[in-house]
Design a protein around this ligand. Structure first.
Ligand SMILES: C[S@@+](CC[C@H](N)C(=O)[O-])C[C@H]1O[C@@H](n2cnc3c(N)ncnc32)[C@H](O)[C@@H]1O
Length: 235
């Protein structure tokens, strides 16, 4: 379904939620709102194809409508993997269940209350930015500590700017990206208001430091598009 969530003028813009309306429009929303979204999914599938062996667990946290686990299931057929998708939104998981079928396990849980399995590869694409900041290090550390060695974490996030000049430049280019994908100025403005205080990004160096602190020895930027980055950690 086309993303029309913010197309009509709203008297009061409520804080953004991953509810039924957003879930129904999410695939279109992700493609039109996240620069480099397709490349990010392709990169994740490639890393799983290169690293995972039969018997490994691969977890996609904040799986939404199951775009990534369904691709992993379809594209990596030469070995048996346990593919798990986790999300707090039942409306998202309902769509993911239809898309993923039986080869993907779907779990409804908040990251703050979830106990990680021993996963070879854990993916958090555009999720951690929605988790309260005080929980982020504990969650990443638990993932690292529970994982077998070697293990990989893939963290994709919208980045916070480091200064006012960067903030203005990034905002202008992101707005242009969204306009280019058919969003009106009203939609852009209302979505920004809805996400204020709900999506709380860190700078690139803060995200890298967080992964180091969680226990990942090797951390590097694997992809970047505007102010969205995919960072890989290995230990
Ligand atoms: C931007 S979407 C992630 C997109 C998805 N990874 C993809 O690539 O298509 C964020 C997802 O995280 C989920 N989410 C938000 N906060 C969460 C939390 N605290 N625990 C678990 N899931 C959460 C939302 O329900 C939503 O589906």
């Amino acid at each position: 379904m086309d993303d029309r969530v913010y197309a009509q003028k709203q008297a009061v813009v409520a804080p953004f939620r991953f509810d039924a309306r957003v879930a129904a429009a999410f695939d279109d929303m992700a493609h039109r709102s996240i620069p480099g979204y397709e490349e990010c999914l392709n990169l994740c599938v490639r890393i799983v194809a290169e690293e995972a062996i039969t018997g490994d667990i691969v977890v996609d946290l904040g799986t939404s409508t199951g775009a990534l686990p369904s691709r992993i299931r379809d594209e990596i057929r030469d070995r048996e993997l346990r593919i798990i998708g986790v999300d707090a939104s039942p409306e998202m998981l309902e769509i993911a269940a239809r898309r993923c079928g039986e080869r993907v396990e779907l779990v409804e849980a908040r990251l703050e209350d979830w106990e990680p399995p021993a996963a070879r590869i854990t993916v958090l694409n555009y999720l951690l930015q929605f988790v309260p900041a005080q929980h982020r290090l504990r969650i990443l550390t638990a993932i690292a500590d529970t994982a077998p060695r070697p293990s990989v974490i893939i963290l994709s996030e919208k980045l916070a700017p480091s200064n006012a000049a960067e903030a203005a430049r990034w905002q202008a280019s992101y707005d242009a990206f969204k306009r280019g994908n058919g969003y009106s100025d009203l939609e852009i403005e209302q979505k920004r208001a809805a996400l204020d205080g709900v999506l709380v990004p860190l700078t690139l160096s803060e995200n890298i430091a967080l992964l180091h602190e969680a226990g990942y020895e090797e951390v590097y930027v694997a992809a970047r598009s505007l102010q969205f980055a995919t960072i890989v950690g290995r230990r």
